[in-house]
Ligand binder design. Sequence first.
Ligand SMILES: C[S@@+](CC[C@H](N)C(=O)[O-])C[C@H]1O[C@@H](n2cnc3c(N)ncnc32)[C@H](O)[C@@H]1O
Length: 317
Amino acid sequence: MNNIISWTAEDEAIIATNTDATECKRCAVELGYWKDDYIKFFAKHTDRKAPEINRGYYARVKAMEMFIHQFLERCGTKCQIINLGCGFDTLYWRLKDTTQAVSNFIELDFPSVTAKKCHIIKRNKQLLEKICKEDGEVMIRSGDLHSDGYHLLGCDLRCLGEVRRKLAAGGATDAPALLLAECVLVYLRPDAAAALLQHLAAAFPRCVLLVYEQCNLGDKFGEVMLRNLNARGCALAGERLCRAPAAQAERMRAAGFDAARAWDMEVVWRALPEDDRARVEALEMLDERELLLQLNSHYALTVATRGDLFADLDINA
Ligand SMILES: C[S@@+](CC[C@H](N)C(=O)[O-])C[C@H]1O[C@@H](n2cnc3c(N)ncnc32)[C@H](O)[C@@H]1O
């Protein structure tokens, strides 16, 4: 049986984190950190963010891209990507502009987020034309958007029955799957996150899960981060699991993944190609490197896998 979960003011604050993430990404894109022709449709205006924030987002986006690329290298395009708590992420469109567009792409988020994303897609030709069938049709059914190879579905990730139904409606199969959870599991209570992870590990025998979220929250800097979020009404229900990266990896293995590794973002930052780092370091002055170091050491990337195909994924690949 599913628990019926009531909608709270806290959920609204969690939903607002998507606006923040989208605006930060747009700011960094405008400053030249990376290329994204689609983010402008999802965040109309943005204030300039601090250099350490822009660099943090750059490392986050690049790290995700690095593993997305390694996944696609191993299984080609006959695979699926499932973006959990997708927010206004533009990965689907960015991949469409490459030779790496995948057979099926499923995005899940709270219905109020997917409804807004759906509205933005319908209003903007450049977004719409990338998801339309040849006849230009997309189907909206019960508030969800379905197209050939793209499904945007409203869903509460805390309700496993709903997740199952939506994945089935989006055409998920046991084909190789890339599962993305970028700043989302941390908003779920530990029991709900564990149930979701166990379901994913069982449902996808050949998969890679990329989790990006806070870590090392037990120190002073972590305390300040949590206090700031709390002041905005946004509690991290999974806060007590945001420990050292190794504990994140252990959590994934306990959920049923065959293998898992995790790195804090300072390690990831240093593993990025030197040319890339030099290029972004020249974009704007960073007065205090210490600030970036603090930020980087409070976020981690975890890569969990099932199946031999993905056993050798690495940040130094
Ligand atoms: C910080 S945003 C990140 C969005 C996107 N993954 C990115 O990195 O740009 C967190 C997202 O997770 C979604 N989310 C959090 N809890 C959720 C839940 N229980 N069910 C569905 N979505 C959820 C929020 O609505 C929000 O869009």
